[in-house]
Design a protein around this ligand. Structure first.
Ligand SMILES: [Zn+2]
Length: 141
């Protein structure tokens, strides 16, 4: 089987991520979370409206962090889950909990997963992630 690679411009990639994310959300949210009635797409697909109570429902986003932990000697700390194959390691990641800042999420996730307290948290970049939300990237020294 031949595999074709497709390259998209940054704008096209952003549009594609938005379309996939929105399409997934519409497919999984046909009913009102307040009353269970059907909802219909409105405002060009950016919102669903309940046919019974007119409540508006917006796509859920799940902010998350991916963290690279470094020490003062520029060494990195990676995690390993017991279910992973031997020699497979990864940076730390997790979802932001309600009422939590990104920095608090970074501290909590790194402590939960590695038992390490971190400080000097630096934001590096963000990326779209349509399955189902966005993930900011952060580095920790
Ligand atoms: Zn409703």
């Amino acid at each position: 089987m031949e595999v074709k690679r497709l390259s998209l411009s940054e704008v096209d990639l952003t549009l594609a991520m938005h379309a996939v994310g929105l399409g997934n959300w519409h497919a999984k949210h046909p009913c009102c979370s307040r009353c269970g009635s059907a909802t219909v797409s409105d405002l060009g697909g950016s919102v669903r409206v309940c046919v019974a109570d007119s409540s508006q429902h917006y796509p859920r986003t799940d902010p998350a962090v991916i963290v690279l932990v470094k020490d003062s000697e520029d060494r990195i700390l990676l995690g390993h889950q017991p279910i992973w194959p031997e020699k497979r390691f990864s940076t730390f990641a997790g979802f932001v909990e309600p009422g939590e800042s990104f920095e608090e999420c970074v501290s909590r996730e790194v402590f939960e997963e590695a038992g390490v307290y971190c400080n000097d948290i630096n934001y590096l970049a963000s990326q779209a992630w349509p399955f189902p939300a966005r993930r900011p990237l952060a580095g920790v020294d």
